[in-house]
Design a binder for this molecule. Structure first.
Ligand code: 6PG
Length: 254
């Protein structure tokens, strides 16, 4: 059974703060219930503020980092020191704080020359970490997966018209992205839909049209990849700023 909710914040700073509050609450609840918190991070630019806040804002000093395990929902096939690397973005914000125990950071080894090899390597790492009781229908059950959304309706590195959209078995795949003429490594839909909670962080006016299509337009079939994110037994929460939500019917504003 899945639930869906939305929160609209006045701006990107308030969005980051609101997301951090939700995330810390879920982390503390997960640790209380299961002894650990598994979190898959999103890439791109929107979550950067959130990661910075978690690293530096005293309001989040009770975040249970010692029981938190970090993963990456997708990555560009570039060296971890490359400017386009999601790992570099996370390490220069959240990890620079030294709050997260290094062995708890599970990054995608994009230095491997073959993206398929890097995807398989990460798939194996996830299989080793997520033991049977930490799975839902044979897929890893993350406590929280953070996702963004592109103006084209992509999420993670699941782009319109790309092969990975059809993947039903593997947890992680390499995915050629025609518009960037490059390959990405990404979680597949079965993994996203096995999560307990999906947080979509979406900010900026350039997302308003797609959000309207995805959230305010009734359509049975998934036209855009982001619409295929339907947790089987979990919660989907849209955390938006007012620019991104500009074309949506009035919702709950904080
Ligand atoms: C990535 C992301 C991607 C991102 C969207 C939104 O690696 O780029 O995982 O799915 O979330 O492209 O990106 P922005 O936050 O930069 O708008």
């Amino acid at each position: 059974m899945s639930q869906e909710s939305r929160r609209v914040y006045p701006d990107a700073d308030a969005l980051a703060k609101g997301a951090a509050v939700h995330l810390m609450r879920l982390a503390q609840e997960s640790v209380a219930e299961r002894g650990l918190f598994t979190l898959a991070l999103a890439g791109g630019s929107t979550p950067r503020k959130l990661y910075g806040l978690l690293a530096s804002d005293p309001d989040f000093r009770d975040f249970p980092w010692d029981k938190t395990y970090l993963f990456f929902g997708d990555e560009r096939h570039v060296f971890p020191s490359h400017i386009d690397s999601n790992y570099l973005m996370v390490s220069s914000t959240l990890l620079a704080s030294g709050l997260v125990p290094t062995p708890h950071v599970h990054r995608i080894r994009t230095e491997l020359p073959d993206a398929n090899m890097a995807a398989t390597d990460y798939d194996v790492e996830l299989h080793m970490f997520f033991t049977q009781e930490m799975r839902l229908n044979q897929y890893p059950r993350f406590d929280v997966i953070l996702l963004g959304m592109g103006p084209d309706g992509h999420t993670a590195s699941l782009f319109p018209g790309s092969n990975a959209l059809e993947e039903k078995e593997r947890w992680v795949v390499a995915n050629w992205v025609e518009k960037f003429k490059s390959v990405r490594i990404t979680f597949t839909f079965p993994v996203l839909n096995a999560a307990r909670t999906i947080f979509f962080l979406v900010a900026g006016a350039d997302k308003a049209d797609m959000l309207h299509k995805v959230l305010a337009t009734k359509c049975d079939t998934a036209v855009y990849p982001v619409q295929q994110v339907q947790p089987l037994d979990g919660v989907k929460v849209w955390l938006l700023d007012s620019e991104a939500a500009a074309r949506l019917p009035r919702t709950i504003s904080l």
